[in-house]
Ligand binder design. Structure first.
Ligand code: GCV
Length: 711
């Protein structure tokens, strides 16, 4: 389609979407009606509890009383959250009580804390929802409307309370509620790459949240707000230190601090995990070896596990990066990853803990192509891990590139539970300077069909245990908050934290629904504004891919993982350069990973293997990932490969400029502070996108020898 026509069509479609949203959404007061919008700094995340506009009257009638039976810490958390949220949203204080008193009310609890809930007779639904799930229904009791939020477990009741609040925050009707919901996977974890000196590896939002010097004596309010944010989306665990682990986190001094955090977060359903340095017996214990089969080493880890559990009875377990990028591991002693993981798993097993072993390994002696190495190594160990050992696999086979095909270990590991590792911190995706909403990227991954057990064996279903009956299931995110006022550096990076939690809870949700929820909770319930921001978010990932690494290109960066550097041909390892991945030359570009090439496609199940292998069927978004093609290769659009690359880079940069213009047009609809801060970053993004376009096209042009179109 001609560029201009396409542009008009986009504008018309966006306008129609805005109109549709305006007609269907709950309207908030416009800026003109309610006066200037006060500044916000973003600290309250999506838990701002702003007045929801026209729906407020309906909510006020329904929530005359908040009933939270029981006297536990979690019950108090629920009471506080509901009390302050209702107060702030409805500008009306509903009494928070332990027993219902014939008033329109919302009642939140469990059968064990409340006879009233026990008597509802919802046992079958509660059993289906489980201790982290919940049932929410509008009922009438003695002719009065009551909204009951019930769960088998306290944490489920807390999640139910947050779900109920989300309905209010997003302007939904609460008149005839009937919800049964439960998480699809067991472990919904954050991974912080935070170092003990307060720095964050690949962190773009200030220093580490954890003020180790002050702990355990001082626990900042931010830690509680962190727990609230996580619980609101169902995150139930956090690994608080970097996988490039400092062994000192396992010393008594640090464990006391960790235990204080664990106690603070327990009522929110958040368990603490630690990244463990495999050489800790040497570095801390003074042993001569960390060999996992050495009795002294085995004893050291058992004693360490006992010590940890005496301080943190619900400690989740260890996360381990071993024999990867210089980290110590079992291979240093001629042992396998499974032997290393099992030794730690045995130490944790008596306490109910797990070891999460990362598959982010790429030893050069395994295969010349980095892309293939982890699959080769880990499928060779499948079935050799203890029941409480799981393997954590990044979404794609390289390293959180802007777009990767799914890692073939999903589906490829049949007898060992795999957790997916996603990355909310935007290491390769603009580092909190670019607006890139990850929802669509994660959905593309989760919805990818592995065909491990025939059609429908999506990655999401592998992860939730419905393809293979994994005893442990989970999804993890390398997360992005730091000490910046708005937590995540870019206001829109908060959306990636939020979206991770929502998708970990239910990988079937749509990226669009999640974006819309987040916008309503974070910015406004004004329909046209919601639609405009949601659409910006929805297009942002594809836009980023277009102006950085389209058509399956990857790793066109240098050591900072931010700026374009396709010329990067020098690094301590060949597979840290860019040329290793694009291989541009006069004859063409891309890596031949087909069956006639290095056979990486054979790591996928047959229909997927064939899909990627055949140039006719390979999705063009992965073309240069799997195929090496001549510059004049004919694309489905009719353009040559070179022209298509030009088109992608040019339209990507144009769309980045369009994002900036779109946001500018929302001035007055968002509070001035956040509007300005986002606008400033969109300026950077538009300029960077143009830089990417010019730099990469000029670099590749020396090989294609063709003119950049349009000039
Ligand atoms: C924590 C990439 C990052 C590293 C990171 C590593 C990993 O290589 O650039 O900073 O280290 O992945 O996931 O272990």
């Amino acid at each position: 389609m001609h560029g201009k026509t396409q542009c008009y069509l986009t504008v018309i479609l966006a306008a129609m979407a805005a109109l549709f949203a305006a007609c269907t959404a709950a309207e908030g007061p416009s800026a003109e009606e309610s006066g200037p919008i006060p500044d916000e700094d973003g600290y309250r995340l999506w838990l701002r509890y702003a007045p929801p506009g026209d729906s407020a009257a309906q909510y006020r009638d329904a929530v005359r009383q908040i009933v939270v039976p029981g006297d536990t810490e979690t019950a108090r958390v629920i009471s506080r959250e509901l009390g302050s949220a209702i107060d702030s949203m409805l500008e009306f204080s509903a009494p928070v009580v332990r027993e219902w008193t014939k008033t329109p009310a919302v009642v939140v609890g469990t059968p064990s804390t409340s006879e009233w809930i026990r008597d509802l007779g919802w046992d079958a639904d509660l059993a289906e929802a489980g201790p982290e799930g919940f049932v929410i229904r509008s009922i009438r009791v003695e002719n009065r409307p009551v909204i009951a939020v019930a769960s088998e477990g306290e944490i489920g009741a807390l999640y139910g309370a947050f779900h109920f609040l989300r309905l209010l925050q997003t302007g939904r009707s609460i008149q005839a509620l009937s919800v049964v919901d439960r998480p699809r996977v067991q472990l919904r974890l954050l991974n912080h790459w935070d170092n003990l000196d307060g720095s964050i590896e690949r962190g773009y939002a200030g220093r580490s949240l954890w003020q180790w010097d002050e702990m355990p004596g001082t626990l900042r309010a931010r830690y509680t707000n962190y727990a609230r944010a996580n619980a609101s989306v169902g995150v139930n665990g956090t690994v608080i230190n970097n996988v490039n682990a400092d062994a000192r986190i396992l010393t008594p001094e640090y464990l006391r601090k960790v235990s204080a955090l664990a106690a603070l977060w327990r009522p929110y359903g958040i368990r603490v995990y630690l990244s463990a340095n495999f050489a800790a017996p040497v570095r801390l214990g003074g042993l001569a070896t960390a060999d996992p089969l050495d009795p002294g080493v085995i004893g050291w880890w058992k004693a360490k596990a006992d010590e940890i559990y005496s301080l943190i009875p619900d400690f989740g377990g260890f996360l381990v990066k071993a024999n990867s990028e210089g980290q110590p591991g079992p291979k240093d002693y001629g042992r396998t990853h499974a032997e290393g993981a099992n030794m730690l798993a045995d130490a944790l097993a008596p306490h109910g803990g797990i070891v999460i072993w990362r598959a982010f390994v790429y030893d050069e002696d395994v295969d010349p192509d980095r892309c293939k190495r982890a699959y080769i190594e880990f499928t060779g160990l499948d079935g050799r891990f203890r029941p409480n050992a799981v393997v954590q696999v990044k979404n794609g086979p390289i390293d959180f590139q802007p777009r990767e095909p799914f890692h073939p270990l999903f589906g490829g590991m049949k007898r060992t539970p795999v957790l997916a590792e996603l990355q909310a911190t935007q290491e390769y995706l603009g580092q909190a300077r670019h607006l890139v909403y990850h929802g669509p990227m994660w959905k593309e991954f989760l919805d990818s069909d592995t065909f491990a057990k025939g059609a429908g064996s999506t990655v999401g279903k592998v992860l939730d245990g419905s393809v293979y009956p994994f005893p442990v299931t989970g999804i993890v995110s390398v997360t992005n908050p730091g000490m910046d006022a708005n937590w995540c550096g870019h206001h829109f990076s908060q959306a990636n934290w939020y979206a991770f939690g929502r998708l970990a809870w239910n990988h079937g949700l749509s990226a669009e629904q999640i974006a819309e929820e987040w916008v309503r909770m974070t910015f406004t319930n004004d329909g046209p504004t919601v639609a405009a921001i949601r659409d910006m978010m929805m297009s942002s990932w594809e836009t980023f891919v277009s102006y950085t690494m389209p058509l399956g290109l990857h790793h066109l960066i240098g050591g900072n993982h931010y700026a374009p550097m396709p010329e990067n041909d020098r690094a301590p390892r060949r597979d840290w350069t860019a040329v290793y991945y694009h291989r541009a030359a006069a004859d063409g570009i891309g890596v031949d990973r087909t069956r006639l090439g290095n056979k990486a496609v054979e790591q996928y199940f047959p229909p997927v293997r064939d899909l990627f292998d055949d140039i006719e069927s390979c999705p063009e978004k992965f073309l240069l990932w799997f195929h090496r093609r001549a510059w004049d290769h004919r694309m489905k659009s009719g353009r040559t490969l070179w022209e298509e690359l030009c088109e992608k880079y040019c339209s990507g940069a144009e769309q980045a400029a369009h994002l900036r213009a779109r946001w500018r047009s929302l001035a007055g609809r968002i509070d001035p502070q956040r509007h300005r801060e986002v606008a400033d970053r969109l300026e950077i993004q538009a300029a960077d996108a143009a830089r990417w376009r010019d730099h990469v096209l000029r670099y590749f042009q020396q090989y294609s020898g063709m003119p950049i179109t349009p000039p």
